[in-house]
Design a protein around this ligand. Structure first.
Ligand SMILES: NC(=O)c1ccc[n+]([C@@H]2O[C@H](COP(=O)([O-])OP(=O)(O)OC[C@H]3O[C@@H](n4cnc5c(N)ncnc54)[C@H](O)[C@@H]3O)[C@@H](O)[C@H]2O)c1
Length: 301
């Protein structure tokens, strides 16, 4: 039995719900939104699409039996001018749900998609009184895919030939720990296939992919939903697949995007690749920026 509750059924949440059903990745789907009309509408339409699927709407007690609770609440109009424009709105929404979620004593993994991602994941963990191990955010997973793809394209290689993670703060202080990246298994400290990789250029191009998607589509929800599906499958399979998720990382004093293994119980081992001094320093800067956002979320209530 694979039970998922989604809180927030806007562009991200409703599309995730549809793709979970289309890919047969869920047995019980419970849909929640602050708007009854929205929740009932989404559940009704999905029920018409998948008549034998088990779907409920507005059953808030479902969080107590869900294997995974996906948080996709927000207000996307607020990020048009400022990528972190949802901070106060999402802080209020997370706080308002706090007592109810704490009382529900959520047993499953809470996977947060809302922004600012690392800070709001930390705020959910605190306000909903969850264990850090069960509380993760989608983090820098899409940023990582963008950079790997950009480098693979530059070199004319397949996506899988390039390995590495983007860490730090999604939409803000992204950290590319180049000393750990590899192409065809080879570190980047010497030319790869006769070519020197322009790391700066690759980082700029990867960011541009994000801007281009948002400019044309108003949101990069397609990539977000696809990667969320992969993480959900890894959780159900208890696979221990490694993703750069927003997790509590004690070495950096709180939540930050960092590669970890994920499974049925949430966070497993951290991928502790040796980082150089500059990279460690950059992660500390990102952790500070996230801590400031978390403080702003706490102060806004
Ligand atoms: N990490 C990423 O790559 C990425 C990409 C796209 C979107 N996002 C984030 O995902 C979140 C959702 O985005 P979206 O485009 O679906 O937004 P949206 O504005 O389309 O929908 C948000 C939904 O949340 C609901 N909601 C708001 N407050 C709520 C509450 N207190 N309880 C229950 N439901 C509530 C709204 O009614 C609405 O249906 C946002 O925070 C957005 O920034 C992240």
């Amino acid at each position: 039995m694979r039970a998922i509750t989604i809180i927030g059924l806007g562009q991200v949440g409703s599309n995730l719900a549809a793709q979970l059903l289309a890919s047969d990745s869920v047995d019980q789907l419970d849909l929640l939104d602050q708007s009854d009309e929205r929740a009932v509408g989404v559940a009704t339409d999905l029920g018409d699409a998948y008549p034998d699927a088990a779907i409920t709407s507005q059953d808030w007690s479902s969080v107590s039996r869900a294997d995974i609770v996906v948080v996709a609440l927000g207000k996307r109009d607020l990020i048009a001018a400022d990528r972190f424009g949802e901070l106060a709105f999402n802080a209020q929404a997370i706080h308002d749900l706090g007592q109810q979620m704490a009382d529900a004593d959520i047993p499953g993994v809470v996977l947060n998609l809302a922004n600012p991602n690392e800070a709001s994941t930390a705020f959910i963990q605190q306000e909903w009184r969850l264990q850090p191990k069960q509380t993760v955010g989608i983090g820098t997973i899409v940023d990582t895919a963008r950079l790997r793809r950009t480098m693979a394209d530059q070199l004319g290689l397949s996506y899988n030939a390039v390995t590495g993670f983007v860490d730090g703060q999604h939409d803000g202080n992204l950290v590319m720990p180049w000393s750990t990246w590899r192409v065809n298994g080879q570190l980047l400290d010497r030319p790869v296939m006769g070519k020197t990789i322009d790391q700066q250029q690759a980082a700029i191009e990867a960011r541009m992919k994000g801007f281009t998607a948002i400019k044309g589509l108003t949101s990069d929800w397609t990539a977000l939903v696809a990667w969320t599906l992969r993480v959900i499958k890894s959780i159900f399979a208890d696979s221990g697949d490694t993703y750069p998720l927003a997790v509590n990382q004690p070495q950096f004093g709180g939540y930050i995007s960092f590669p970890v293994q994920i499974g049925r119980k949430g966070v497993g081992n951290y991928l502790l690749l040796p980082l150089d001094e500059l990279e460690t320093g950059q992660l500390k800067v990102a952790a500070n920026a996230i801590a400031q956002q978390l403080a702003a979320m706490q102060a806004s209530n």
